[in-house]
Every structure is written in C-alpha cells, then in structure tokens.
Design a protein around this ligand. Sequence first.
Ligand code: ATP
Ligand code: MG
Length: 510
Amino acid sequence: MTPLVSMRDIDKSFPGVHALKSVQFEVLPGEVHALMGENGAGKSTLMKILSGVYSKDAGVIELDGKSVNVTSPRQAQELGIGIIHQELSLMRDLNAAQNIFIGREPRSAGNFVIDEKRLNADTAKLFAAMHLKLDPKVQVESLTIAKQQMVEIAKALSHKSRVLIMDEPTAALNDAEINELFTIIRQLKAEGVGIVYISHKMDELKRIADRVTVMRDGEYVGTVPAADTPVEKIISMMVGRAISDEPPTIPDLKDAEVLLEVKNLNRGREVQDVSFSVKKGEILGFAGLMGAGRTEVARVIFGADSMQSGEIFVHGKKVSIKQPRDAVRAGIGYLSEDRKQFGLATGMDVAANIVMASVERFISPLGVLKNKEIRDTAREYIKQLTIRTPSERQETRFLSGGNQQKVVVAKWLLRDCDVLIFDEPTRGIDVGAKSEIYKLLNKLAEQGRAIIVISSELPEILRLSHRIAVMCEGRLTGILPGGDTPQEEIMRLATQRASATTTPANGRAA
Ligand SMILES: Nc1ncnc2c1ncn2[C@@H]1O[C@H](COP(=O)(O)OP(=O)(O)OP(=O)(O)O)[C@@H](O)[C@H]1O
Ligand SMILES: [Mg+2]
C-alpha cells in the first residue's frame, strides 16, 4: 500500500536546539499511527512541519508517493492535512461556530453578508455527529478547557482532511468525551483517513493505535505494532530505561498537626457544603469525574473565586481569603489546571518563571536581585524535572508543551507554602518526568507540607495519595484511605449523585 504520508530524513533546528535529526515517519490510509516520546522529543515540531506551520531544514515529504512542498498551514489544508494543535488556538471572544468556520463562513447571496443561520446550522450538524451537546453560538471563553478542545476537534473535522493530526487531543477530556473521540476516530479510519495520534497516556495506545513510532531527543527510534508490543517496551524505547513506580508508603499521621481545615464551603451548585482537613505531611488526593467541583473547591480556597459561605483554617487559625494574594499570604499555593491563563509568563525566560512566586527570597537586603542564585536554583529544577531547554535563559514560549508544564510545576515546588494545591500536575507530562514529580511531591510532604492533588487519572491518585477525597456534582461523597483502595470503590463515590442517596418526597426517582 502506498503510504498516504511519508516523511523521510526530516531535519530541523531552532536557535540552540537541534529539534529533529533525520526523522522518519509514515501514515497509511485508514491507519491510526501514534507518535510517542518524552517532552521535547520533537513530536509537535515534526507535525508542525507536516502541517505547514514550520518549514523543514532538510528531508522529503511525500503525499501518495509524490513529493510535495508544504509551505503554509493554508496549503497543508488544501492538500488535505488537518491538525488539532496541542495548545488550544481558538479565539476566545468569538463563538463556537465563528471559530470553526473562521475565514470561510457561508455567505448569503451577493457574497457580502455572513449567513449566520447556515453557519449555526452547519455547526450544529458537526456537533450532532460528535454527540456534543453544545450551542453553536456559545462564547468560547465561557467554555471549560475540555469543551474548547471538543470545539477544536469539530473545527478539524469540518475540513474533511485525509490526514488528521491530533496533538494530545485527550489531555483535558473526561472518559465519556474520550470515548466519543475514539468513536469519531474509528469512523474516520473506516473512511480511509490517516490519523496521527500524539498522547502521553499509555492506555490509549492499546485502545486506538495500529502502529507506534517512538522518538527520543529529536531522533527516530523505531516503529512497532501497537497490539503486540508491551507497554514497558514502548516506555523503554521512549526513555531509554525502565521506570519503576511503587505505591505510596503511607505515613503515620495520627499525631500530626492539621494544617488546613475547610468547613462547610459553599459556592452555588459547584461546591456544596464541602468539609475536609489535611495534615502536615499528608497528601490528600481529590478524585472525581470532570466537573465534579474539585477545581472549583481549589479556586475558592485560593481566593480565585469567592465563597458564599464556609470557613478556612490554616494552622488552626481562621483566615479570610478574598483574593489569591490573601491565600498566598496565608501560606497556600495553587498550581491551576489552566496553565496558559494563570501559570506561565510565556514572554519571560525559564529562570524568571521558576522564581516568580518566590521572588522575595532572591532579593538581597539592599534590594538587589541575586541573579546568580536565581540561575542556580533554576538550573537545579531544570535538572531535577528534566526540563528540556537550551538554558535557563530561554523564553518559555519556545519550550515544548510538556516542558512548559514542568516550569509551572517547578515554580510551585520552589514556593515555600505550607499548603500546596496541585490541579492536574502531570497533564501533558511524559511518563519519566511524571515519576520525578511524584517523588518531589512526596519529598515536599515529608518536609512537612500539606498537599492536595487533584487528578483525573486514577492511577495517579492511587500512586500518590495518603487519603482520597472523592467528589460528585459539587459534593464530597467520601474520603477513602490511600494505598490499595480498589478503583471501583472510588468510582462508586464519584458517581454517587444526590438523587440516588435521598428518597424524594414524592417517591419518584429523579
Ligand atoms: N519555535 C521554537 N523555537 C525554539 N525552540 C523550539 C521551538 N519549538 C520547539 N522548540 C524546541 O524543540 C524541541 C522539540 O519540541 P516539541 O514541541 O516538538 O516537543 P514535543 O515532543 O512535542 O514535546 P511535548 O510532549 O512536551 O509536547 C524542544 O526542545 C523545544 O524546546
Ligand atoms: Mg508537543
């Protein structure tokens, strides 16, 4: 079979970074070809070359066996190459339909006015095909990251591409949404579309991929069939070593001080009467389905959203938190799930980002910035978290997605807070670096911090938590011991809706 796409000996350098070194990659019609590798391995760069975002320095690209020169995203689209980018690229102040058909809106007679009705109808059709319940006219900025991702996917589908590149499409999706996406992928496959699938979630490989190509450090490592290759083998191809990940050893915290206590926290439907506490040295995991209210609880504690009622105690003292500054002053740090908006200063370099939340530590009594210490600290974290960057002076917008995440994680690891809340700390982070982050979180706990980890990945919750708080629809439905708690037990609490536990007065089940 002639490959739909064949990329041979692709080379690409950026200032200070040899991002791709003679890389090979091909996609057959109807194939889902996974592209794997650690953060910064070169996956996105390779796909940006295929989709006309970057130009290659050397190498050949063939479509249907014929050599082509892809010079712009627009031309790539005309050649039938579509891409869903890792960074969401929607216009926040346009609505969903406008985003999807931007620049090619259906027009009414005379070609002057945009035909809003058809625009919305076409969008509704796309959403229906994806089983997505969304108003075409909804403002994009009011959507959750997951929903924005779905709109992005709808946009790519609307182009009817022959080759569809998905760069970490499921990073922010919940299980149901991932299932919808996989159904769509299978349909496209049946129509002969070739799909490039980039993900750090190993279980997805087995579910959706036909073949896997692994890259490491900008080099091509190899291509293997997905079904008959053990995951351990693929991981060792990626990182060049095996990774061991033990379950947590749960410390005895009977006599430990309660560092954070939250009592009867309320905010609309999203947070309903939530009470819990975290001890010094404890890692409390927060499990639940997307939209269960975990992020909302964190945002209220951090003062990013206001509470309607409730009390927060740090070190047993009641604190009043009206804005994030109050929280930081009370010793609470928050790594938000939306790094783009809250976490990263993309125009600043790696070192500045890492020390940003701890800057007072790096100012001398005379008010001078201690540059050497800033650099040394940054280098230490770059090493510890294997942040791939030419130096600590590189602007963060030039880092790969996963390495940007690591910078934000480093920032909060460095910040000396008693209570640290990490919201999806390893989203988009490769398997090797994940286990490094787990080790660092454990170290922070051992040093006497109280840590809250919100994660949608159950294996991560189980790997880290000393206790597991589970939420469903704004309520805390239970707190389980960590260690070897069965996943089913967590899922039961995660799906325990209020209507199922109380009998309505009129006797009807809601
Ligand atoms: N525009 C750019 N300028 C400078 N360096 C860049 C640029 N784009 C990417 N790089 C560098 O090229 C290397 C490969 O990055 P790329 O984004 O392709 O990695 P990736 O495999 O997609 O990683 P991730 O899993 O983190 O998304 C990285 O070292 C990155 O910092
Ligand atoms: Mg990438």
